[in-house]
Design a binder for this molecule. Structure first.
Ligand SMILES: Nc1nc2c(ncn2[C@@H]2O[C@H](COP(=O)(O)OP(=O)(O)OP(=O)(O)O)[C@@H](O)[C@H]2O)c(=O)[nH]1
Ligand SMILES: [Mg+2]
Length: 245
């Protein structure tokens, strides 16, 4: 039986965390555990995570000292998954945008790939209640990385993913450029560079149930920075005859 670690990065998700955890555990998927990575949320999400871990043996918590970014929280989760011998790592938002009901399909897709993306932009997928600005931003980010990094998947900025841990081990996680949201695109790029098989599983993305967004202008700049940095590294590696990234 494959073992899966679901990594829930949290920053001020007090109202969402408990129902999210209960919905995931309620699926009763065999071999599935949850890791909450909380960045010292001022709203007390970390305490709720501790309470949940006392109630559920399947759940553990990592407390970090401050807001270090979504990407770095997910890297932390991946490192622990490697250490504890999990087969798969799932990353998902803790605000119900990524509905737990899709977990079985996402994990099942791993039979034929090394990275399964919960995708909004394949037939059957989509977004609910998004305004024009949000749609444009998402389209812009995806188009930019598909052109800038030559990425093949339709939804490269999706945070709902299932990674094959064995393949993750072929990536030097200490050399990841993106600390924040651009981590999503960078991981697609790195899996594509490895020649890994990437599948897209349709999901309907819903707006967060409660709480506030952590999306910021800094995250948008972070995407530009990451793409240019990765292009530059690739060029430098080619020129020097080294393959490494
Ligand atoms: N640990 C940690 N989690 C973070 C950080 N930034 C964001 N998150 C979490 O990452 C997930 C995605 O953040 P969101 O604010 O939902 O971003 P979004 O989905 O683009 O925006 P909305 O859902 O529209 O609010 C949520 O579970 C956040 O709590 C961070 O710096 N550290
Ligand atoms: Mg969200």
């Amino acid at each position: 039986m494959a073992r899966t670690l679901v990594v829930l990065a949290t920053y001020n998700e007090r109202e969402n965390l408990r129902p999210m955890v209960e919905a995931i555990l309620g699926l009763e998927l065999p071999g599935l555990d949850i890791l909450v990575v909380d960045d010292n949320s001022p709203d007390g999400t970390g305490q709720i995570a501790d309470e949940l871990s006392a109630e559920h043996t399947e759940l553990s918590v990592v407390h970090r000292k401050g807001k270090l970014g979504l990407g770095s929280a997910q890297v932390g989760g991946m490192e622990l998954a490697q250490l504890h011998g999990y087969d798969y790592v799932v990353t998902m938002d803790s605000d119900f945008s990524h509905a737990p009901k899709y977990l079985p399909a996402l994990i099942a897709a791993m039979d034929d790939c090394e990275l399964a993306i919960g995708s909004r932009y394949v037939p059957g997928g989509g977004t609910r209640n998004w305004g024009v600005v949000r749609r444009l931003m998402s389209w812009g980010a995806n188009t930019f990385v598909r052109l800038g990094l030559g990425l093949k998947p339709r939804d490269c900025s999706a945070g709902f993913k299932c990674y094959h841990v064995g393949t993750l081990s072929r990536i030097d996680l200490s050399r990841i450029v993106a600390r924040g949201y651009a981590f999503q695109e960078e991981m697609v790029y790195r899996f594509q560079l490895l020649g890994a098989r990437i599948a897209e599983v349709p999901i309907i993305f819903e707006n967060r149930r409660r709480g506030e967004t952590k999306m910021s202008l800094g995250e948008i700049f972070g995407l530009f920075f990451t793409v240019f940095r990765l292009r530059w590294r690739r060029l430098a590696a080619k020129l020097s005859g080294r393959g490494g990234m």
